[in-house]
Structures are given as C-alpha cells and as structure tokens.
Design a protein around this ligand. Sequence first.
Ligand SMILES: [Zn+2]
Ligand SMILES: [Zn+2]
Length: 74
Amino acid sequence: MDSTGEPTHARCAIAECGWCDRDGLECRYCRGTGWWRPERPYREVSGVIVWSRIDEPCRGCAGTGKEHGPVVAT
Ligand SMILES: [Zn+2]
Ligand SMILES: [Zn+2]
C-alpha cells in the first residue's frame, strides 16, 4: 500500500485560510492528493542522466490537497 497517498496537512499554514475552508476543490497541481511526484533528471558520476521520481508535499496547496488559487509562484 502507498502510505503517501494522503494529504500531509488538513490545513495550510495560513490561519483561517479561506481556501482551506472550501470543500470540493481539488488542488490543480496534485489533484487533491497533497503530494506531487515530479521526475527529476539526475546525473550519475559516469555522466549518464537518469530520471528519478521524488515525492514531496505539494507546494501549490501546502500539502492540503485543496485548491489554493493563484498561489505565489516564486
Ligand atoms: Zn489554506
Ligand atoms: Zn496540491
């Protein structure tokens, strides 16, 4: 079983966040999982580029899985 299939947080760090109060809006980046799994190129010592999949909490929704609109894209 995949233990990382659940959002990491019920709410984001913002107190009384209006986006967290909404239901039924899944984060467009992680589709409501709270995680995103990009594949990152990784260069081995030999110079070969391999792709490794990483799991990290979604930055679009702070791991809540809820859409947070036009969040900072810095
Ligand atoms: Zn929020
Ligand atoms: Zn997300």
